[in-house]
Ligand binder design. Structure first.
Ligand SMILES: Cc1cn([C@H]2C[C@H](O)[C@@H](COP(=O)(O)OP(=O)(O)OP(=O)(O)O)O2)c(=O)[nH]c1=O
Length: 222
């Protein structure tokens, strides 16, 4: 029997749905579908992502007075320039060339709205891209992969695998920092007790998840 939802995920992203599902909470999905307009240049990228996550959560919360609503927004920041999802091939080319061989930041902000209250948090991951070729960029664009991804790439892309290394939370780059999500849900009154074997192993860098794993004896502390 299907469990009654305890929250609503305001997102059309299949990655967010998959990651939230790993926390073992029952949820409904209802995307916000609001226009996402980014300022081209903003030194306060965290603030931009937080504002968008908040707007998505509030847009959907109006439809669910009895349930908490969780939304997120991911932005890629390179030299102070915000990169969201490319609108066309030319923009995908320019983003992937700009990121190639360099470090950038990925910020995902998360908002949980419940009634008139809202809790917002964010996580930052530093990512260095490898020196992929123009031919690889063309192949990725020909597959249509960049167009629903901030920065025109996916760290989880097994054909392109554009990332050389990263510092911080892997799930944050994919679109949902689980440590931040657990913290915000607890603050909104939803206790989350994830089963450690369902958590992505790459999430060990989230302190909260690391402590969950450690408590259950899965982390040797190395
Ligand atoms: C950088 C990066 C982004 N992404 C994805 C996560 C998000 O789905 C997307 C960022 O765009 P967002 O605008 O944050 O989210 P979205 O439009 O896909 O979904 P919604 O607003 O309905 O929640 O990029 C990856 O899957 N892998 C990556 O490595």
């Amino acid at each position: 029997m299907r469990r009654a939802p305890v929250l609503v995920l305001a997102s059309a992203s299949p990655r967010r749905r998959e990651l939230l599902g790993r926390l073992g909470v029952a949820f409904d999905v209802d995307p916000a579908g609001i226009p996402e307009e980014l300022p081209a240049q903003d030194s306060r990228a965290e603030r931009v992502a937080r504002r968008l996550a908040r707007a998505k959560a509030l847009a959907v919360a109006a439809r669910y007075p009895a349930l908490p609503v969780l939304a997120a927004d991911t932005v890629v920041v390179r030299s102070g320039r915000l990169l969201s999802k490319p609108v066309d091939e030319a923009e995908a080319w320019s983003m992937l060339r700009e990121l190639r061989g360099r470090w950038h930041r990925v910020i995902t902000a998360v908002a949980v709205a419940r009634g008139r209250r809202i809790w917002v948090g964010h996580a930052v991951t530093w990512v260095r891209m490898r020196e992929y070729s123009d031919h690889e960029i063309a192949a990725s664009i020909a597959r249509g992969d960049p167009f629903d991804k901030a920065g025109a790439y996916a760290i989880q892309d097994e054909r392109f695998h554009p990332v050389a290394e990263y510092r911080g939370c892997y799930c944050n780059v994919v679109g949902l920092p689980l440590g931040t999500v657990i913290d915000l849900l607890r603050r909104a009154g939803i206790a989350v007790c994830p089963s450690p074997e369902r958590l992505p192993p790459e999430c060990t860098c989230c302190p909260l998840l690391a402590s969950v794993r450690s408590r259950r004896g899965l982390d040797t502390g190395s």
